[in-house]
Structure formats: C-alpha cells, structure tokens
Design a protein. Structure first.
Length: 190
C-alpha cells in the first residue's frame, strides 16, 4: 500500500502534467480512490507515531496533576476548618472574661443555608441584670434597671429563644424578688 504522502505527490503530478499518464493509469488511480480505507491499519499507524512516544510522559503528567489537585483540595479544606473554628474560639474567652465564676452556654453559629432550630441558652449562676440584658438585646429593646438589687441576684435560667418575650418575662417573674415588664420600648427590671 502506498503512503498517503506518495499518493498526494502522484495526484499533483497528474494534475500538472496529465499527458504523462495513460488512461489506464488514471483509471487505476481513480479505482484506488473509490476503495474503502483500512481503518485498523490507519489507527495502528497513528498510534505508533503519536501515542507510544508520549505514553510515559503523559502518565507522569496525569500523576502530577492528581497530586497537585489533592494537595489543593486539602489546603482548601484545612483553611475552611480554620476559618469556621476561629470565631468560635474568640467568642468563648470574651464570655468567660465577663463572668469568670459563671458559665453561659450560647447557641453556636449556624450556616444560613440550613434549617435553624434554636438551642436554649443556659444561664448558670448569672446576675439578673446580665440575663435581662441578653433578652433585651435579642428582642431589640433597651434595658432599664430600676433596682440595684437586680445586680446582686444570681439565677439558673434556661431561655428558649423560640418563646415569645411575654412568655420569657412570665417565667422570670415567677422567681421571688423579680419583676420584669416592657414599657415604652424598654425592658424594665424592678
């Protein structure tokens, strides 16, 4: 079988000087064009020329790309964990510094694309003024302390933020010496 380059050269030559070739040679050339090419032979020739020479280098490039991809994804994952944990670690010392002998459990930050179910806030041995300040801030109210005694009282109180403000006030007012009310956009502690 003649090579493709040889056939191209022969066709060009026939076009430039057709009188050099007999009718039988031209007919044979035309018959050769009408034959179906041997695809398997052409593929094997292509593979010998292109695939076998690039094989080992191509494999190393794939391995290198997989390693770089894995390292990149690992770095992104580590950075994401670090970013998520950093605000949580900064919040805890601030709460501990405010009331060193008491513990406050606050709800954790929740991504905005999740279903939110609030976790109750537990005030353990916390002054009433701090509890009232947290509730007032949550409900966008100002705090008005009318009683100095409120600063001295300490409570264990579980605050469910799903409860309405009125329900929370009623629960706190069940304690002796506690009187909370909402007046003129302020949470008043008497």
């Amino acid at each position: 079988m003649k090579t493709n380059d040889h056939n191209k050269q022969l066709y060009r030559d026939m076009q430039e000087a057709p009188d050099k070739y007999s009718d039988q040679e031209i007919e044979a050339m035309m018959d050769h064009l009408d034959q179906m090419p041997d695809v398997d032979e052409a593929w094997q020739q292509f593979a010998r020329q292109h695939i076998s020479s690039a094989g080992p280098m191509h494999t190393w490039r794939k391995v290198a790309a997989m390693i770089v991809g894995t390292l990149t994804l690992s770095g992104i994952a580590i950075a994401a964990v670090h970013i998520v944990r950093q605000p949580q670690q900064e919040e805890q010392p601030a709460a501990a510094a405010e009331h060193p002998q008491s513990a406050v459990t606050a709800p954790q930050a929740i991504p905005t694309d999740t279903i939110v179910k609030t976790v109750p806030v537990v005030f353990d041995n916390i002054p009433l003024d701090s509890i009232a300040k947290g509730i007032a801030t949550y409900h966008h109210l100002q705090l008005d302390l009318k009683s100095e005694q409120a600063r001295q009282l300490r409570f264990y109180f579980v605050w469910n933020q799903e409860d309405s403000l009125q329900e929370v006030i009623e629960k706190l007012n069940m304690f002796e010496q506690v009187n909370l009310a909402v007046e003129n956009g302020k949470l008043v502690v008497r």
